[in-house]
Design a protein. Structure first.
Length: 122
């Protein structure tokens, strides 16, 4: 197989929005920093620290935030999702859509220091 035909799991199929990380990199960094202000009230940690923000998909007039929750039955889920959407609109000045991913959350998804602060070492 030649280099041109190789794809990896991060390559978007042709019929979906393209992840233009190089073009939107600085804006993505700003958004990720701003999302540190969105907390899971039960755990007292941000959605970024917990590893709930999984990916951003960028289009010229929209950002899609793919995220997960710590549990499918999170009582604060709707509120957290709305806070992520509102913060995304505020920072990017674009329409924002939040999509829940299908991954199951696990503590290994947490940022290293956040996990250590929670008493987890792996």
């Amino acid at each position: 197989m030649d280099e041109q035909n190789k794809t990896d799991s991060t390559t978007a199929p042709a019929n979906t929005s393209v992840n233009l990380t190089s073009e939107y990199g600085p804006l993505e960094d700003q958004l990720r920093t701003a999302l540190r202000e969105v907390y899971d009230p039960e755990l007292g940690m941000s959605v970024v620290e917990l590893g709930l923000i999984r990916k951003f998909e960028w289009e010229p007039d929209q950002v899609e935030v793919i995220m997960i929750l710590t549990t499918p039955f999170c009582p604060y889920g709707p509120s957290i999702i709305e806070q992520v959407r509102a913060k995304s609109v505020e920072v990017t000045q674009r329409t924002a859509k939040v999509t829940l991913g299908l991954e199951m959350w696990e503590p290994t998804m947490m940022e290293d220091q956040a996990a250590a602060n929670w008493g987890l070492y792996y």
